[in-house]
Design a protein around this ligand. Structure first.
Ligand code: SF4
Length: 66
């Protein structure tokens, strides 16, 4: 089962990942970092999550495929 993680030391909460896949990524009001709202990714999530990993300007997202 694949998962995605956010490195809180790198994330700047700009929210590009949220724009790409708002069902997996969120930046709650007041949060300094993005959070992952879906622990286990579905097959349908993977394409957008891979795009978010590539698009993150802080290189804060890591996809763990399994
Ligand atoms: S795109 Fe990257 S830096 Fe921006 S909120 Fe998402 S994880 Fe954080």
């Amino acid at each position: 089962m694949s998962r995605v993680t956010v490195d809180p030391g790198r994330c700047t909460a700009y929210g590009i990942c949220v724009g790409i896949h708002p069902e997996v990524f969120a930046v709650p009001p007041g949060s300094p970092v993005a959070v992952i709202t879906r622990d286990v990714l579905s097959e349908d999530d993977l394409e957008d999550v891979e795009e978010a990993v590539r698009a993150c300007p802080a290189q804060a997202l890591h996809l763990i495929e399994g």
